[in-house]
Design a protein around this ligand. Structure first.
Ligand code: SAH
Length: 216
């Protein structure tokens, strides 16, 4: 079993400092990065490099995002404690725990059965609880809507309308849009019909697959 040590804590502190130099300002986001043991989410092969600002494979052809990407998306959400957040693309659950550390109530959807099965067991084993859903993120979770915030952690070809509908008025949705590279996009819901769109830099994600592309 891999445990958390003072050395890991020291490496996390350095990672938080690095992210600050890369432009992350939200102290709560940096605190969460300092708290969550990222090395526990990784395969043994990569564990030594867990606190470098890089992405790693997590199985089933998917990746855990770079810490900078996780911090950037989380900062854009402007999370407040107690808010209800929908996350699309649970993966290994690292982003989920960052949201939980910041006091969010998290509903997270994953379409890969293998990752869903793994993460629904792993997160509670390290003390984090969320509502895990095995399903299609394009559809969101109408039964639990509306959400204060929505975060999509895979690259989408367009903004799924079903997700915009499930956002509260006054809410924020952060979604990377694009094919080979994605533009980080913030959608602010100003009224039921009116959205304000702001685009940020380029990022690289695995694709948000539509059901017809699943093939497994
Ligand atoms: N936040 C994750 C990153 C995972 S990568 C982490 O911290 O590990 C993106 C994830 O989105 C993958 O696990 C992929 O299987 C999932 N995904 C892709 N298309 C999806 C869809 N339509 N619905 C739900 N999840 C999807």
């Amino acid at each position: 079993m891999v445990i958390d040590t003072y050395r890991h804590k020291g490496l996390r502190r350095q990672l938080a400092i690095l992210l600050k130099t890369k432009g992350i300002k939200d102290a709560e986001v940096l605190k969460a990065i300092e708290k969550v043991p990222r090395h526990l989410f990784l395969d043994n092969t990569f564990i030594e490099r867990a606190y470098e600002d890089i992405a790693f494979p997590i199985g089933a052809g998917q990746t855990i995002s770079r810490p900078h990407t996780v911090a950037f998306q989380t900062e854009l959400l402007q999370l407040k404690r107690g808010e209800k957040v929908m996350e699309i693309g649970t993966g290994c659950g690292y982003q989920t725990t960052i949201l939980l550390e910041m006091g969010a109530k998290v509903y997270t959807i994953e379409r890969q059965k293998e990752l869903y099965d793994k993460t629904i067991k792993f997160l509670p084993s390290i003390g984090y609880s969320a509502r895990f859903v095995y399903g299609d993120g394009y559809k969101g979770l109408p039964a639990y809507a509306p959400f204060d915030k929505i975060i999509i952690t895979a690259g989408a070809p367009m903004i799924p309308n079903d997700l915009l509908v499930q956002l509260k008025v006054g809410g924020r949705m952060v979604i990377p849009i694009g094919d080979k590279v994605q533009i980080m996009t913030l959608m602010e819901k100003k009224s039921e019909k009116h959205f304000e769109k702001t685009e940020f830099g380029e990022f690289k994600f695995v694709p948000l697959l539509e059901r017809k592309e699943w093939g497994d």
